[in-house]
Design a binder for this molecule. Structure first.
Ligand code: ATP
Length: 267
């Protein structure tokens, strides 16, 4: 479970995330969508404790990520958009290191590492130094490391970037399987087709504000369209937002709330 309560993050005078209220229950695969600079990475960095909210609270399974960082961290697996590995360790040494960090015992370490090597098909290169890996190989190792302690919450920034089609399929299937086992998954993605295929619920963020929260069917209903592609819906949505902002600017200085901004209720 991930809970955001009125979370705002500023960089100096700039508001990157504004008054975010959101709850993602166990077993849900949530996709966070938005254009460049919308606030997705800032939100993810706050969930994983790399940035503090300027105000508001984020809880992982009830633990405040700012006040109770180590308890929250134990529940968390994180796959950043650029994997952080140690060049001079092999893949298997890196996994050993991560297992130690999470306090797994010898038996658990051996079992879990073997499972992840199998799941992410690391066999062919896991004994090589990670400096020799391609981006996709690094990404698969980063996934394996994030899953090693079987976290209750998995946070992924742009999960499919750099993966070949076979690995994309593998990761999609694995994420769906993990959600079915009760894991809470928060992923940011630019790949709308991936959100459409595997997400239970989507949030669309733009200029730091959550503009839409709901299922794809709810998004389609709000836009009153028969289009089935999320890409079309997403573009319609952002165009509708900009058009409305332009109209508000032309007719009044007081912004009108977007008809798309509420999770429930008629548009
Ligand atoms: P992208 O899809 O391009 O990665 P994003 O949705 O992840 O974008 P963020 O990186 O969270 O967006 O950025 C949100 C806003 O905050 C942007 O306007 C960005 O310029 C600003 N920002 C991000 N990091 C910093 C920083 N360290 N200092 C100042 N402003 C920042």
């Amino acid at each position: 479970m991930i809970q955001f309560e009125n979370v705002t993050r500023r960089y100096g005078g700039k508001i990157a995330v504004s008054e975010l209220n959101l709850e993602i229950p166990p077993g849900q695969l949530f996709a966070f969508l938005g254009p460049n600079g919308a606030g997705k990475t800032t939100t993810i960095k706050m969930i994983v404790g790399l940035l503090r909210p300027s105000s508001g609270t984020i809880r992982l399974c009830g633990h405040d990520v700012t006040k109770n960082n180590s308890a929250a961290n134990r529940l968390l697996g994180y796959v950043p958009d650029v994997p952080y590995l140690y060049d001079k360790l092999s893949g298997s040494e890196f996994l050993q290191f991560i297992a130690e960090m999470y306090g797994l015992d010898r038996r658990q370490t051996a079992e879990r590492i073997a499972e992840q090597i199998e799941a992410f098909r690391l066999q062919e290169f896991v004994e090589d130094l990670t400096e020799s890996y391609s981006h996709g190989m690094k990404q698969r190792l980063a996934f394996a490391a994030a899953m090693l302690h079987d976290p209750r919450v998995l946070v992924i920034d742009e999960p499919m970037v750099g993966l070949d089609p076979r690995s994309v399929r593998l990761v999609k299937d694995l994420l769906r399987a993990k959600a079915a086992q009760g894991q809470t998954i928060f992923m940011s993605t630019h790949l709308l087709s991936i959100a459409e295929e595997i997400a239970d619920r989507v949030g669309i963020v733009d200029e730091g504000r959550l503009k839409f929260l709901g299922t794809l069917d709810e998004l389609r209903r709000k836009l009153a369209t028969h289009e089935t592609s999320l890409e079309h819906l997403y573009l319609s949505f952002t165009e509708a937002e900009r058009l409305q902002a332009d109209q508000n600017g032309a007719t009044s200085q007081v912004p009108t709330p977007s008809p798309l901004a509420r999770e429930d209720g008629p548009p």
